[in-house]
Design a protein around this ligand. Structure first.
Ligand code: ZN
Length: 410
């Protein structure tokens, strides 16, 4: 695997979005890669809301505007004046009653959606894409169940930024959103593989393998999957004190659905899970390596010291990361995410520009070396030293990230 690691990216170089046959094929591919390393793997299915879009139309002052309807926002038609709302503050919300609201974002969180419904918005438009890029791709999103909560669903569609700007320039055009879709319960999958240890406890290593609708997902996040396979190859056959459980997660891009399904299905094993190590985007040619630790601060210090010892630059911090480490931390398992973060001007994600071209083999191998060495030290520890007590800062960030508490207004 590692002597030809770039092969993984060539062989998965296509869209593999949550709940689709292409996602399942990628899961099966990763299962085979584990087996090729002599490590048995299994596929665990979980439910995801899915939809097939038959029709999605946005019309402004009689003119058809290119759009993508949101999956799982329902079917029907709504007509109302447009209201452009670049912020979700109280003053802006006061103008949303009876309007189709155009937001300045690609989506909306739980509290934003609740506020918009309370304010009486009757439809939502979002915007995607850079005004000046040569392609006018429009991303496909879904209205998440976790965002809707107990509220009603309203029709939602994504516009390209250039079209959103045109709509705003029209003043307050009368807008119609028309969507017809067939919604159904689909399946997504986690791939689980294991290296045994002496103790009846283990570390869980995670990386999501799903992509978004426009992306081939090389950097985000086949690179993390290659990282897991690399760690597996380096540590298989070694005598480990703690076992290693590798989980390749599906449907991360739709709200960490794979890791949430994993911690729910394996609740009885979480007490035996000493640490979660998550990889989300590594190996980019440009960019800096970070560790976001959702655990005691000592672990962040340890990672910084280890980097200094090995001559590997790493920026550790304590906090919550928007990736599959978060459901583990939320269940009381100390967790961290490793990432090499490249700027958007070099390696934009969730778009057609996320391809193998942003990765570098040497960089990827050095990142994997560091992650494997950290994993080895933790797995070979006499006792995993990381406390299961989370700092208050992490608890607060978890409450905010998982929408149990509102973030105080800045
Ligand atoms: Zn990702």
């Amino acid at each position: 695997m590692l002597e030809n690691v770039m092969r993984i990216f060539r062989e998965t170089d296509r869209v593999h979005r949550s709940g689709t046959p292409e996602e399942l094929e990628t899961a099966e591919y990763l299962k085979k890669e584990c087996e090729a390393l002599g490590v048995p793997a299994r596929i665990e299915a979980f439910r995801v809301a899915m939809a097939e879009m038959d029709e999605a139309e946005v019309i402004a002052n009689g003119e058809t505007i290119p759009c993508r309807g949101f999956f799982c926002c329902g079917s029907g038609e709504v007509t109302a004046p447009l209201y452009y709302m670049p912020a979700l503050d109280k003053v802006s919300l006061a103008g949303a009653k009876g309007k189709i609201v155009l937001l300045d974002t690609q989506g909306v969180g739980f509290f934003g959606y609740q506020d918009l419904m309370d304010a009486g918005a009757v439809g939502l438009l979002f915007r995607y894409g850079n005004m000046y890029y040569p392609h006018e791709d429009i991303d496909e999103r879904d209205l998440r169940e976790a965002v809707v909560g107990e509220k009603q669903r309203v029709l939602c569609a994504m516009l390209h930024t250039s079209q959103a700007a045109r709509l705003v320039r029209m003043g307050e055009p009368v807008v119609t959103i028309r969507i017809r879709q067939r919604e159904y319960d689909g399946e997504s999958h986690n791939v689980v593989a294991e290296l045994p240890g002496e103790r009846d406890e283990f570390l869980t290593l995670t990386a999501h393998y799903d992509s978004t609708a426009l992306s081939h997902g090389s950097y985000d996040n086949m690179s993390g999957c290659a990282g897991l396979l690399g760690v597996m190859e380096k540590l298989r056959g070694q005598r480990l004190n703690y076992g290693l459980r590798f989980v390749f997660c599906g449907s991360e891009e739709r709200g960490l659905l794979g890791s949430k399904a994993y911690v729910a299905a394996h609740e009885d094993e979480l007490a035996k899970t000493a640490l979660n190590i998550n990889l989300d985007m590594i190996g980019s040619l440009l960019g800096k390596f970070i560790a976001c630790v959702s655990a005691e601060e000592k672990l962040a210090h340890y990672i910084g010291y280890m980097g200094a010892e090995l001559g590997f630059a790493v920026a550790p911090r304590v906090g919550v990361y928007s990736s599959d480490s978060t459901p583990f931390a939320d269940k009381g398992v100390p967790a961290l995410s490793f990432a090499r973060l490249a700027s958007e001007t070099f390696a934009p994600i969730h778009c057609r520009y996320d391809t193998p071209a942003v990765l570098d083999e040497g960089r990827l191998l050095r990142d994997i070396d560091f992650i494997a060495e950290f994993t080895r030290r933790m797995a070979c520890a006499a006792v995993c030293p990381v406390s299961r007590e989370l700092p208050e800062k992490v608890k607060t960030e978890l409450d905010e990230y998982l929408a149990r508490k509102r973030k105080p207004e800045a």
